[in-house]
Design a protein around this ligand. Structure first.
Ligand SMILES: [Zn+2]
Length: 91
């Protein structure tokens, strides 16, 4: 009998939160840019300001985060293009 008791991750991966973005929001490093992107979306859904600010590049990071109005209603990753070991383009 299959059971689906774990809550799904808000990022839409279909995986349980604790096996997806959960560890990243808890402080684990993102394995790649796509995972980082997903985790940032999840942080946005959960209104985890600290995580969003922590993973924001200094040059573009706002001093304060305002969750109203909500700009992100859903996440759909259309393309994922690794550029190097540490950078990737996500569209
Ligand atoms: Zn996730």
């Amino acid at each position: 009998m299959a059971r689906e008791s774990k809550p799904k991750c808000p990022c839409g991966s279909g995986k349980p939160y604790e096996d997806c973005c959960g560890p990243l929001l808890a402080g684990a490093p993102a394995p790649d840019a796509r995972a980082l992107m997903r985790s940032r979306y999840t942080a946005f859904v959960k209104e985890d300001k600290d995580y969003l600010l922590r993973t924001w590049h200094e040059s573009t990071r706002p001093k304060e985060l305002d969750f109203e109005p909500l700009h992100w209603r859903s996440l759909k990753i259309e393309a994922f293009m690794p550029l190097s070991e540490t950078t990737a383009r996500v569209k």
